[in-house]
Design a protein around this ligand. Structure first.
Ligand SMILES: *Cc1c(COP(=O)(O)O)cnc(C)c1O
Length: 224
């Protein structure tokens, strides 16, 4: 059966280049919707709330790659370590250290992205460009024992102004490239730039994104 989700997924896949990874953002959607996407070949799913991830996790096959993309409270870190293949939304040094500690304790290595905040809204979480560059310049990443920083994630300002969105993504992208291309940092496996959602994914890809997080364009509108 060719479901609504399978059809939308197909269209989204065809709309992005092959070398751009697609995260299907399934937050607030029922397990049936995830299963339809899974049956259509999707393996990478993004969730933004710990409780919801923990409910869905046992209901989906083992080869699903779960990405955590929401603000992660420090008291919930332990619950998702070992279950998620990438935490995209590491927004503070304190959270990064805690993930490392809990991963070490659980005997796993956790892959993460650092979330950059460049958008105009004050409410969004994340490191500033200066903070992230300072984290690496002071070599704090080298003391991590069970965490691999695989790249950066970021969102553009919530606006229709395409110039503003382009500038936001360009700022994240240039920070990513500076870090990646600085041999003194020795960042092995630093290869993921997660930018772009349903509405701004094409601009994000034009600015160098190689991972997009798409919810609405695949699953339809969310009912909160
Ligand atoms: C919800 C969410 C998305 C998906 O947004 P859509 O507009 O539905 O594609 C992407 N990234 C993050 C961090 C989100 O919270």
């Amino acid at each position: 059966m060719y479901s609504y989700v399978a059809k939308q997924l197909d269209e989204v896949r065809q709309s992005i280049p092959r070398d751009v990874a697609l995260v299907a953002v399934s937050k607030f959607h029922p397990i049936e919707a995830l299963q339809e996407a899974y049956n259509a070949g999707q393996r990478r799913f993004g969730e933004s709330r710990v409780q919801e991830l923990l409910l869905k996790y046992p209901q989906m096959p083992d080869d699903v790659e779960w990405h955590f993309i929401g603000h992660l409270q420090t008291n919930k870190v332990r619950q998702i370590i070992g279950k998620v293949s990438l935490i995209e939304s590491v927004d503070s040094y304190r959270l990064l250290n805690l993930i490392d500690k809990e991963s070490l304790r659980a005997g796993v290595t956790t892959r993460v992205l650092l979330q950059l905040h460049v958008a105009q809204e004050d409410t969004k979480f994340g490191f500033s460009v200066e903070e992230v560059e300072e984290l690496f310049a002071t070599r704090r990443h080298q003391s991590l024992e069970a965490t691999q920083i695989c790249g950066l994630m970021g969102m553009a300002s919530n606006t229709d102004d395409e110039a503003r969105i382009t500038a936001d993504f360009a700022a994240i992208s240039s920070c990513y490239n500076r870090l990646k291309n600085d041999p003194s940092l020795g960042l092995a496996g630093f290869d993921t730039l997660s930018m772009g959602m349903s509405d701004d994914r094409f601009i994000a890809i034009s600015q160098g994104s190689n991972m997009v997080r798409v919810g609405t364009a695949i699953f339809g509108a969310r009912e909160y």
